[in-house]
Design a protein around this ligand. Structure first.
Ligand code: AMP
Ligand code: ZN
Length: 488
């Protein structure tokens, strides 16, 4: 498997530190608001990367933090007259919930910055002892960037170039404009913790380094985030960890491209800013994932409502093919043409091989999906040509392969609607004198008759309906969205 390492600018053959195991860390959100679809692009990309590593048989340990103390959270709390903790708790919960809805797997470890103050203080102490950090008179602690000879290697920057335009802002007590805060002295009204340097709170870059070390151990195999994090965040994480522990930090750095809306940067002022939550209110997670995965994770991703609509239509078409293959296999009649079936089997094998090779080539989901779009076209051709004389094994094999490939990418195909037996027409005729020939309509009438019986506490009638359906191998499923008749 090859992975593009953004620190070396090269596709490298992936070799985990420990055979068969992958330890990966992806920076999580700062929880001061609902996440937007740009954040979602990054989290969904790494979800797919993780899923593919698991599918390849690796035992993956995936850690992701929640930045629950930060200027943005404090500002939001002050605006709303709430505590920073209240804001952070609300948006941590919302983040976890919306990730579930986007079918993003939970991390194995989800450390929160406010619960990791001890390990962060420990790391800062180690850095001071080794001459890589210093406490200023005002209670801030800074990392001395020039003390790290490898500073710049993650993001490909040179320290001298960084000096251009670098300034020490008012209120900062740095010795060198390049230095960054590991610990910020307490300001009134802000969350604060005790430390050897007085009350204060950690700097943003500090948490990830301490968490990687604590929960995964240094070095890790893969460290990821959006490309906007490469500098300074990842550079600074790496500087702290390598200077504190001298074990290396991350073997492979992976960065996702930015999401754009209709070709423009997403921003509230342009009115093209969308939260993940609002997108998932209008569209399925499967369609959003399909749209996103049709672009390679490193390329900029162009989001538009038209493209999302298009992805929704593609999914319906693919799910339709899976359903038709399954239906045709169940209703197969006559002698199947062996050469047509062999051609379909070969197309399945080819799609599978192409999918794997594309995914093994730096997680090229766009290429992997294209292989399966091709298979869907070939499966449709097969169904046209075979008519009712379908080879059941070949058709079911193709259906399973298509559904399976999408599932590996975390794209659940819409459940095909179940076909209900014609016998329901008779039940509806007996119950409510239904004389039509539409089975779905008959099912609706039966459900209405049952609801009416239950409302009138005519339990015998309701039970009789249930028994009649059961004799036909059917059951009634009552859900929040309503009742439906389905195969038992
Ligand atoms: P933040 O909460 O701002 O730290 O962002 C969480 C994650 O989303 C980080 O990995 C960012 O790099 C990523 N991210 C932010 N904006 C975008 C965007 N427009 N496209 C892709 N990823 C983004
Ligand atoms: Zn981080």
């Amino acid at each position: 498997m090859k992975i593009y390492n953004s620190a070396t600018h090269a596709k490298e053959t992936f070799q985990p530190i420990e055979a068969g195991k992958v330890r990966m860390y992806v920076c999580g959100p700062t929880v001061y608001d609902n996440i937007h679809i740009g954040n979602a692009r990054t989290f969904i990309s790494f979800d797919v990367i993780r899923r593919w590593l698991i599918a390849r048989g690796y035992e993956v340990t995936f850690a992701q933090n929640l930045t629950d103390v930060d200027d943005k959270i404090i500002n939001r709390a002050n605006e709303q007259g709430r505590t920073a903790e209240e804001v952070a708790t609300e948006f941590s919960n919302k983040f976890i919930d919306v990730m579930h809805r986007a079918n993003v797997m939970d991390p194995d470890v989800r450390p929160r910055a406010t619960k990791e103050i001890g390990p962060m203080i420990g790391m800062i102490k180690t850095l001071i002892e080794q001459g890589h950090a210093y406490a200023a008179d005002n209670g801030d602690v800074y990392f001395a960037v020039r003390s790290d000879p490898s500073y710049g290697e993650v993001s490909g920057r040179k320290v001298d170039d960084l000096m251009v335009g670098a300034r020490i802002a008012a209120g900062e007590a740095k010795r060198d404009p390049l230095d960054f805060a590991l610990w910020k002295a307490a300001k009134p009204g802000e969350p604060m913790w005790n430390s050897p340097w007085g009350k204060g709170r950690p700097g943003w870059h500090t948490e990830c380094a301490a968490m990687v070390h604590r929960y995964l151990g240094c070095p890790i195999d893969i460290h990821g985030g959006g490309s906007d994090l490469a500098f300074p965040h990842h550079e600074n994480e790496c500087a702290q960890a390598t200077c504190a522990w001298h074990e290396g930090f991350a073997n492979t750095w992976m960065h996702t491209g930015m999401l754009l809306v209709d070709g423009e940067k997403m921003s509230k002022s342009l009115g093209n800013f969308f939260t993940l939550e609002e997108v998932l209110e209008k569209h399925s997670a499967a369609a959003l994932r399909l749209l996103m995965l049709q672009t390679h994770y490193r390329s900029p991703l162009d989001f538009s409502w038209e493209r999302l609509e298009g992805a929704e239509n593609s999914l319906t078409r693919i799910a339709g093919t899976v359903k038709n293959l399954t239906w045709a296999a169940r209703h197969a009649e006559g002698d199947a043409d062996a050469s047509l079936a062999a051609k379909l089997n070969a197309a399945v094998d080819a799609a599978k091989a192409e999918f794997e090779s594309q995914m093994n080539d730096d997680f090229n989901t766009a290429g992997a999906l294209a292989a399966y779009f091709q298979l869907v076209t070939e499966a449709n051709t097969y169904l046209d040509q075979a008519g009712s004389a379908v080879d059941a094994d070949a058709a079911l094999g193709a259906a399973a392969s298509i559904a399976g490939a999408f599932k590996v990418l975390g794209i659940e195909l819409p459940e095909p609607e179940e076909e209900l037996p014609a016998g329901l027409l008779g039940v509806a005729a007996g119950l409510c004198a239904y004389t039509g020939d539409d089975v779905n309509e008959a099912a609706e009438r039966i459900l209405a008759a049952r609801a009416e019986a239950r409302a009138a506490k005519n339990w015998d009638v309701a039970d009789a309906i249930r028994d009649q359906l059961r004799d036909m191998g059917l059951m009634i499923e009552d859900t929040a969205a309503g009742s439906r008749i389905k195969r038992a």
